[in-house]
Design a protein around this ligand. Sequence first.
Ligand SMILES: Nc1ncnc2c1ncn2[C@@H]1O[C@H](COP(=O)(O)OP(=O)(O)OP(=O)(O)O)[C@@H](O)[C@H]1O
Ligand SMILES: [Mg+2]
Length: 195
Amino acid sequence: MKNIKKEIRQKMIQKRKSLSTNDLKDKSLQILKQLQGVESYKNATRLMTYVPFQEEIHTTLIIEDFLSRNREVYIPVTQPKEKKIIVSRLLDLEKDLETGHFGVLEPKAFALRPTDPKEIDLIIVPGLAFTKSGYRIGYGGGYYDRFLPTLAHKPATIALALDFQVMDTLPLNDFDVPVDMIITESQVIDCKKHR
Ligand SMILES: Nc1ncnc2c1ncn2[C@@H]1O[C@H](COP(=O)(O)OP(=O)(O)OP(=O)(O)O)[C@@H](O)[C@H]1O
Ligand SMILES: [Mg+2]
């Protein structure tokens, strides 16, 4: 089971690498357009999203869109020792961030603004592979599988994916937490309808 998940992760990372820079940019824009039509995005006032890493979809477009409408953006800061996520307010995409552990963009010391996640109403959840029912394979740290169940107010969750990342089936564990919706360059998937 662990090995199958690992193989899928590697396959998806490889496939993502084979996309051209322009292709990824175009698809990221298409995904942003789809997202802008989704109610939970239109209604959200406090959004949590990761900052893109390697060949991930350009969530910076979403951050810019959200900040330009004077809404609040929060980013996850991983705590590798405790395997926990801290949520930090992001005010300025240019000034607040620096490259941290594993090459991920993280808040600089002055820009670390820990916030109670119960304020958040929409979370963009990262992942490498998904099923239409919203189950996902992430990077293997179990960070989101631990974090999401701690949120008693159940914020909306959306995953962004390229079409090839949506698969018919995936190996799953009891602790895997599904998302509500998946948005790709060509479709908006209401995951609850597929469960
Ligand atoms: N709720 C949990 N409590 C304790 N350990 C957990 C929990 N969820 C996951 N884990 C641990 O985390 C490890 C990684 O889980 P998994 O392979 O599902 O990661 P992932 O879903 O790819 O990662 P992520 O959630 O960060 O995207 C597992 O070996 C599991 O033991
Ligand atoms: Mg998992």
